[in-house]
Ligand binder design. Structure first.
Ligand code: TRP
Ligand code: SF4
Length: 442
């Protein structure tokens, strides 16, 4: 992989070629799993969430009725825009399937990567993100917000994990060099702390889903790797099923216990080699893999607090900026629709947006437009309509030239007006008491 082939979490680019990402970075395509979700959310059915790592674990947890946790984070750089809304929509969906939501405001990341003062980060976090989350329908009794800088477990974990990662590895994953601040070097480790502490001291092991944009993949890989590195029993697939390996030969009693419990659970097609530290479970399915991960975590946990599930992640496409910029960005207000935008302003942004249309109406009628590069079309897909048939109609009309951009934008602006006025009403109705309840300042 050369330098340009890295995924950069701090860049402003967009990864256009999602298929290539799947091929070259080992991200699994989401498509084949979508139908296994109960009442799949439009972000899944419309291919906006296009990839994942380890999502089978979440499906198994859902199918078995086990609780799971959805964890994600936001850098408190500015106001909440429609790109962020997409993540909140996913969290609300997981809550409807029984998940607890834990959300971090990445104030330390914002400080290290962008010099944002912690008090500023706090204010933006509470005023904007917590309020938006509640307005977007997150359940207060199942939602917890915290700030990276205030949560000791996260920082303790980051330091512990720092002992497991070498500089060579960090610099090659992230492109860090001599002039990178040590604070910035800590950021991925703190994020691993965010992701993994939800199974640690104050919590307990359970499946974890991390919904993020694909630019966050390096952090996800690092977190999954850190679980492997700190576990005594590792569970992984092999050609004919699932195998459990022991990383510390001194602890063979853990493997013996695993064999006993597996047999009790009715797994009989086993190949056991305790001196080599391996048990193979032949014919194990995805769901068996989940059960075995759960079982081994249970067995290991009393002697290893880092025994936990490997976190799962999904990757969504990032919304295009309305100005033709690669992505919506809080730091460039013209590129994005913010939840708190004045409604007339927001409509104006839509009316001024770049499109996938032709230069003249005449050409548009003749050749049609290109919805696939159009930010206005994206608004419909991501946010403005639940109705798939309507969406298909918009798409067809655009492609065959029946739909002109001026009309299309006016329609989008009207839908947006309805959506925003509803959301703003809800944001105003969020009371301070509920905010206090969901922000856990430790
Ligand atoms: N790095 C993320 C961003 O820039 C924010 C973040 C911090 C995060 N901790 C996280 C995302 C944990 C997912 C999980 O947007
Ligand atoms: Fe975009 Fe609508 Fe124009 Fe098609 S008609 S290019 S969807 S604005």
């Amino acid at each position: 992989m050369n330098k340009n082939e890295r995924i950069d979490p701090w860049g402003s680019g967009i990864y256009e070629n999602y298929e290539r990402l799947i091929k070259e970075f080992g991200i699994s395509p989401m498509e084949e799993l979508v139908d296994m979700l109960p009442r799949p959310h439009r972000l899944f059915t419309r291919g906006i969430i296009f990839g994942h790592r380890g999502f089978e674990t979440i499906l198994s947890a859902i199918r078995r009725g086990d609780g799971f946790v959805v964890l994600t984070g936001f850098s408190p750089s500015g106001n909440v825009h429609f790109g962020h809304k997409m993540t909140f929509d996913q969290i609300a969906y997981y809550q409807s399937l029984g998940a607890d939501a834990i959300i971090t405001i990445a104030d330390l990341e914002a400080l290290a990567a962008r010099g944002l003062r912690l008090d500023k980060g706090y204010e933006i976090g509470v005023k904007e993100y917590v309020r938006a989350a509640l307005a977007l329908g997150l359940k207060p009794d199942r939602t917890e917000f915290y700030f990276q800088s205030k949560r000791k477990d996260v920082l303790d974990m980051a330091i512990y994990y720092a002992t497991k990662v070498k500089w060579g590895e960090m610099s090659s994953i992230y492109g860090f060099n001599e002039s990178t601040s040590i604070g910035h070097v800590m950021v991925p480790l703190i994020q691993a702390g965010d992701i993994l502490h939800v199974q640690w001291r104050r919590y307990y092991p359970r499946a974890t889903i991390v919904p993020v944009g694909v630019d966050q993949d390096p952090h996800i890989r690092l977190s999954r790797d850190l679980v492997n590195r700190t576990r005594i029993l590792n569970v992984r697939k092999f050609e004919h099923g699932v195998m459990v390996t022991l990383s510390d030969r001194e602890l063979r009693k853990l493997l013996e216990e695993t064999e006993k419990r597996l047999r009790e659970l009715g797994y009989s097609d086993l190949e056991v080699n305790i001196p080599y530290g391996v048990i193979k479970v032949f014919g194990a399915s995805e769901e068996d893999e989940y059960l075995i991960e759960k079982l081994t975590t249970e067995i290991e946990r009393p002697i290893n607090p880092f025994a936990m599930f490997k976190p799962s992640a999904t990757y969504h496409r990032l919304m295009r900026g309305l100005t033709g910029d690669k992505k919506m960005s809080s730091s460039k207000p013209e590129t994005a629709i913010f939840l708190s935008d004045d409604i007339e302003e927001a409509k104006k942004k839509v009316m001024k947006s770049v499109t996938g249309g032709r230069v003249t109406a005449e050409e548009q009628r003749k050749y049609g437009g290109n919805p696939d590069i159009c930010p206005v079309y994206e608004l419909f897909v991501y946010h403005l309509t639940e109705d798939d048939e309507e969406l298909m109609r918009i798409r067809q009309e655009c492609l065959n030239g029946e739909r002109l951009c001026g009309y299309c934008k006016r329609e989008a602006a009207e839908y947006l007006e309805r959506l925003l006025s509803d959301l703003q009403e809800k944001m105003n109705a969020v009371d301070e008491k509920t905010i206090k309840e969901v922000v856990k300042n430790d």
